[in-house]
Ligand binder design. Sequence first.
Ligand SMILES: Nc1ncnc2c1ncn2[C@@H]1O[C@H](COP(=O)(O)OP(=O)(O)OP(=O)(O)O)[C@@H](O)[C@H]1O
Length: 224
Amino acid sequence: MIELDNVSYGYGDKLLFSGLSLALEPGSFHFLTGPSGAGKTTLLRMCYADLPAISGQVRLFGRDAAALDRDAVAMTRRRIGVVHQDCQFLDHLSVAENIALPLTVADRVAEAAGNLPELLSWVGLGPQAGQLPPSLSGGERQRAALARAVIMAPDVIIADEPTGNVDDDMSQRLLALLVELNKMGKTILIATHDLPMIRALKADVQARVLRLKDGQLVQAGAAL
Ligand SMILES: Nc1ncnc2c1ncn2[C@@H]1O[C@H](COP(=O)(O)OP(=O)(O)OP(=O)(O)O)[C@@H](O)[C@H]1O
């Protein structure tokens, strides 16, 4: 579904990684760990065509990301739901309107109306649907961001620190939602520092844990 083949990336003259390869098979579950600043967000951005590789090839659903025109990039991104680290919302729109935004922008308003109640109840935000985003707690924001990422029924969900700034219970709740999505066949890639959460989840899901450090991507050992 998503393949990085021998890719390199850096900012300015600072190379973050080079010769890095990764393949996300359909229905797989991957965690990406590593120290702060190792390049996890950068790597995720390459996986949804938000950054081009300096060298090597990124293939999204079998197509070379570098060869996609603007429309093809937009179509490709619809198949990838992204939960960003900072969970930004439009503060003048309600929680429900924010979650529905990807469908509204794609002119699929009727679909949004049909899907929203079930989605809001799935993430446990029914009561908050009419509120404005600034009134949400950290965990509620994360769940709203997850709902917004899945409203287009993407094949792949990429989440950057989805459990940052939430307590353990909320972290478990968010992860249970991601596991549920994986059991429905979605391909999941999560960047996280939260090793206890990975350990807790390993019994529920067959996940590969990758560690990015010093420009190298390696599979984390069994001791994790
Ligand atoms: N747009 C940018 N311009 C210049 N440098 C950047 C840019 N984005 C990120 N960096 C730098 O690249 C490095 C990797 O950043 P990145 O956000 O990918 O790391 P990370 O592993 O996700 O970090 P964290 O775990 O703290 O979120 C950092 O040193 C960061 O300061």
